[in-house]
Design a protein around this ligand. Structure first.
Ligand SMILES: *[C@@H]1O[C@H](CO)[C@@H](O)[C@H](O)[C@H]1NC(C)=O
Ligand SMILES: *[C@@H]1O[C@H](CO)[C@@H](O)[C@H](O)[C@H]1NC(C)=O
Ligand SMILES: *[C@@H]1O[C@H](CO)[C@@H](O)[C@H](O)[C@H]1NC(C)=O
Ligand SMILES: *[C@@H]1O[C@H](CO)[C@@H](O)[C@H](O)[C@H]1NC(C)=O
Length: 546
């Protein structure tokens, strides 16, 4: 555990660093947030840094504060014990995030909650003493680290308030249920005199109305939470989708709304982002702030974000059309960084330190590797060095491709299966090798996006599966020159085999392509040569290159 904490201190929130070029610095426009009040969108930590630690545990809350924007809002989901003590837990059932079921294995019960039967160990059946002294927290999302399970006590609302987070948000999910069981969130809040509570949210209109006066006096902001559009709001018995039609009516008792993120940017079943709804514009027009929930670094989102959680945050806060007023996230440092460092940069991201960003087959996570599209994207994404692994066609064309074997990275299997051979000098398994096909034959197949992490369940954007064109080494160098890329890396493999067995001089091909391009004569563009083979390949370069 100690090692873990030391590691984490590295992502303490900051965004030092200057824009890449002075020209870029001048081009960055003055910040202008399209939020309701023009202020920077709020980062709201759901149960602290709950992506890592059990939600609302002391380490989750501490780490959220120390790694996020200074104005962080800490969110706690209120649950109430039999004796009226407020706990920070997102589920009404203790077994969701604690060890309760091992303590009382036979005590499972069923209650009707908002019209639905739920089974579990309900918070209302236990007094605070039992929970604090005998129960500990566990991680409730199974894909997250379980190493902290059983070590930390459940936090009371007052525990979290006592740490004086910059802002505090209390989410009250089940007041109607608690009222049926003679517990009242409103009374509980009055007992705290709303002190230190900046925001209260609830999906229940009756509850928000019942605390309106007190909240107003205490200057606590009230937020109405929309649940799933088909779910029923307990006070009005209307669907949330119906309530959405009259946002002005919500403004009468709340200053903002909280919605699952797909109310704003819906995602289709194939995981592509659909056009934005008018939700934010409509709510802003009604004078309501908009908070979006459901953000986490470790959940599959739309292919449009390329597995980049920052890209998703930017879609909500920096899309040129609107910005939400706050983001509810399990990973607050990532949201903080996206908002304070990456917004309003339009590709001119600040560069920190001197480490070079070197592409791997261009932007091969977005497009088939080494294609024109992959290189274009890598340059647009700010790579300092783009790379080309040089392969040879049978007729001596040097081109960029991940490997000499085309089976996994192109559609060659469909056309040239009969040309598969065994070349143990190159790889132990059979392959369809570029040096056995002419350049025309290679160009007749399509490049294919690599999916190296399919065993972990990651599939890259199917829309880009077979797009882009193969790039010759000469085209690669010309492109690099035209784009003024700071550097290129040329990787040479199998040179000895190609020269001795196939009569193909890959080293010579690279040398003449470099000599022909004007690239290597420009002192500002760097050429890096990489090879797995020092005696054969690199020696020939160390003697002849500048
Ligand atoms: C706890 O509840 C959350 C949210 O409803 C759910 O995603 C998660 O799977 C639950 N975990 C357990 C252990 O029940
Ligand atoms: C809870 O812990 C206390 C002491 O910390 C102990 O006396 C009590 O028996 C425990 N209760 C249960 C149900 O284990
Ligand atoms: C998401 O990607 C798909 C496929 O490339 C594209 O058709 C769609 O327009 C994109 N969505 C948005 C909102 O940009
Ligand atoms: C030499 O460069 C020109 C463009 O600068 C290009 O058209 C040509 O194909 C290159 N020749 C070789 C052998 O790389």
């Amino acid at each position: 555990m100690l090692r873990f904490i030391i590691f984490l201190t590295f992502f303490i929130h900051s965004c030092v660093g200057a824009p890449r070029t002075p020209a870029a610095a001048a081009a960055v426009p003055a910040k202008k947030w399209l939020t309701l009040n023009g202020l920077e969108p709020a980062v709201v930590a759901r149960g602290g840094f709950s992506g890592l630690f059990p939600e609302s545990s002391a380490p989750a809350n501490d780490m959220a504060v120390s790694t996020s924007s200074p104005g962080l809002t800490m969110l706690c989901n209120l649950q109430m014990t039999k004796d009226g003590v407020g706990l920070c837990l997102s589920d009404i059932r203790l077994d969701n995030a604690t060890t309760i079921s091992t303590l009382f294995p036979k005590a499972q019960k069923t209650y009707k909650v908002n019209g639905q039967d739920l089974k579990g160990w309900f918070v209302i059946d236990y007094d605070a003493e039992t929970i604090f002294s005998n129960v500990s927290l566990i991680q409730n999302i199974f894909s997250r680290p379980s190493i902290f399970d059983g070590q930390m006590p459940v936090s009371a609302v007052e525990d979290v308030l006592g740490t004086k987070p910059p802002k505090f948000w209390l989410s009250v999910q089940y007041d109607a249920f608690y009222m049926e069981h003679k517990l009242s969130a409103a009374e509980y809040l009055r007992s705290l005199q709303f002190r230190g509570i900046n925001v209260i949210s609830s999906p229940e209109i009756g509850f928000l109305k019942s605390i309106g006066m007190d909240a107003g006096r205490a200057k606590t902001k009230l937020i109405f939470e929309f649940k799933d559009p088909e779910a029923i709001e307990p006070t009005t018995n209307k669907k949330y989708s119906e309530l959405q039609q009259n946002l002005a009516a919500i403004k009468a008792f709340a200053s903002g709304v909280l919605v699952p993120k797909d109310y704003i940017w819906p995602v289709d079943t194939a995981k592509y982002l659909k056009p934005a709804t008018t939700f934010v514009a409509d709510a802003h027009k009604a004078g309501l702030e908009v908070y979006a929930s459901g953000f986490a670094n470790d959940m599959r989102t739309s292919f449009n974000y390329s597995f980049d959680p920052s890209a998703e945050y930017l879609q909500f806060v920096d899309n040129g059309q609107f910005s939400v007023d706050g983001i509810i996230t399990d990973f607050p440092p990532t949201a903080s960084q996206a908002i304070t460092c990456f917004s309003h940069q339009k590709g001119n991201l600040p560069k920190v330190g001197n480490a070079l960003v070197i592409s791997h087959n261009g932007a091969s996570g977005d497009y088939p590797g080494c294609t024109d599209l992959a290189y274009e994207k890598a340059v647009n994404d700010g790579a300092d060095v783009i790379d080309c692994s040089v392969q040879m066609s049978k007729d001596g064309i040097a081109f960029c491709h991940d490997s000499a074997d085309l089976t996994a990275s192109t559609t060659a299997m469909t056309t040239f299966m009969s040309r598969a051979t065994s070349v143990p000098e190159v790889q132990p398994t059979n392959g369809i090798f570029s040096f056995d096909l002419t350049w025309a034959e290679i160009q007749s197949v399509k490049p294919q996006i690599g999916n190296p992490f399919t065993s972990a369940g990651f599939v890259r954007n199917p829309a880009n599966k077979n797009v882009g064109k193969f790039t010759t080494l000469a085209e690669f160098l010309e492109f690099s020159k035209a784009k003024a890329v700071p550097g290129v890396m040329i990787n040479i493999e199998n040179a000895a085999y190609l020269a001795s067995k196939k009569g193909l001089g890959v080293v010579d091909a690279v040398k003449s392509a470099l000599a022909n391009s004007t690239l290597d004569k420009q002192s500002t563009q760097r050429v890096l040569i990489q090879s797995d083979d020092s005696s054969y390949t690199l020696l020939q370069f160390t003697h002849t290159q500048r």
